[in-house]
Design a protein around this ligand. Sequence first.
Ligand code: PLP
Length: 467
Amino acid sequence: IEPETFRNAATTMIDYVIKYHKEIGNRQAFPDVEPGFMRDLLPSDAPKAGESWEDVYSDIERVVMRGMTHWNAPGFFAYFPTASSFPGLLADILCGGATCIGFSWAASPSCTEMETVMMDWLAKALDLPQCFIHGGHGPGGGVIQGTASESTLITLIAARSKVIRRELSRDPNLSMYDVLSRMVVYTSNCSHSSVEKAGLLAMIEVRKLDAGREGIVTGKTLQEAIDEDKKNNKIPTFVCATLGTTSCCSYDNVDEIGRICKCEIEDIWLHIDAAYAGAALICPEFRHIANGIQRATSFNFNPHKWLMVNFDCSALCSYLSNSANVDALYLEHETQQTTIDYRHWQIPLGRRYRSLKVWFVLRMVGIDGLQSHIRRGVAEAKYFESLVRKDERFEIVFPVTLGLVCLKLKLENVINEELNRKIQDDRRIHLVPSTVHGIYFLRVATGSVNCSRQALDNCWDVIREMA
Ligand code: PLP
């Protein structure tokens, strides 16, 4: 289409997005559609001749919004919030508009260097250890991945390469598969499913450690598992500890776990998955949750969850170079010995200019604004907790430390499952349940851009009415 047509279309699209956000309070968080609904709304084949923007635009409500889960609707309390901000959106327009694929420094010096600086800005804003800062002490630094799942997988692959190299250098008669079959990954039985998936993809056994009623893995539990595995000639390779579990926002004891990983004769790679809770480290009063983080080999959090940077943006701090390097003549460039080529730090080759979103948000919102955003989310959770505690039929299942409230009726699981079903069928609010240590409970995640006291009052009214 012509630039002028684009200008007009873009203006209507931006007006639509502004109206969408302004009026999102009228939207039901979870849609009333059945699987397969889209087939009835779309023709069976792509149009042969191009259609007008007006035709496409007129289908946005009818087709797209019909089956949309509105993650930023005031009735949405499921999972963890997803970030949404106008500065983030502005950067996405530029990112799409400039269409750069910055896999190496030469493929886009701007994309590479902005990312390096933005990762340092983030690491400093969160007061992360120097080893995670480019140009700090040590070889590490940051890279932006699409998701926390990719961050876990790429760090596991880096740990795997390191162990394979080490074992083969000691005994050249071994094959890499001999080593692989002896490796073990340790993680909590409360950690995110993406850790199990990373093990599956990397073909390494994942040993799930008992996090107990509190949802916390301790050093003792890890040590016992390592000792047992070593007796069986296994190779403890990688530990994924979680700060802020998805189920209940519990925190593994990273201080104890880190000491064990460093005390083993062979260091064990300690990855910290702080996909949700990591953002809270921007506030000094929440930094205690990351005690012991200086012993981690890698640390990951998602600015796209709680730091106002629109999806996708997962910040990974570590030293990854050399584990996934492959070369081809067409990828070579003159400065590759001295510059970062982020293609070596991730799974795909191509990469978007994601750091633009971080830059726009950090400049336009500022650290003060982000701290207020986090504090508001925590205050909302505390407010909701106070509502629940006033009703003797309910109990709070886990301490409310950030923006997640876990609650249940003081009755057996089946009744709470029934309560959840009624809430889902009612549709005024959208929650997801979870279980820890055999206890079934509801989760209310606060902190999304449109969460408010009124939204929380409404949520509580619905839960009580259904109860
Ligand atoms: N880790 C934790 C603790 C999470 O809460 C989540 C998602 O909610 C993930 C990992 C997976 O995140 P992603 O979708 O970025 O892979």
